[in-house]
Design a protein around this ligand. Structure first.
Ligand SMILES: [Zn+2]
Length: 81
């Protein structure tokens, strides 16, 4: 059985999910990581821009542990010199 592409969990967003977010209540951490292979009802799948725009609740910490950069280097427009 083929896994279908998961969509971003934000209402009204149809982008493909690229990241997974989780609220760790005990540590008060908003965790963002690479998209988990299996869909988990406790986790929130997000597209790149929505993962980027996600902010931690008041007095929470935002922990971004994604291993893949949100944008390819060539698209970032960074040029030195
Ligand atoms: Zn989205």
């Amino acid at each position: 059985m083929l896994a279908s592409v998961r969509e971003c969990g934000k209402l009204g967003c149809r982008e493909a999910a690229e990241a997974t977010a989780a609220l760790r209540y005990r540590e008060r951490v908003l965790w963002i990581g690479d998209l988990v292979p299996q869909r988990d009802p406790n986790l929130l799948d997000l597209c790149g821009p929505h993962a980027e725009g996600l902010t931690a609740p008041y007095r929470w910490r935002r922990l971004d542990e994604r291993t893949s950069p949100p944008l390819p280097v060539s698209a970032a427009g960074l040029r030195l010199g």
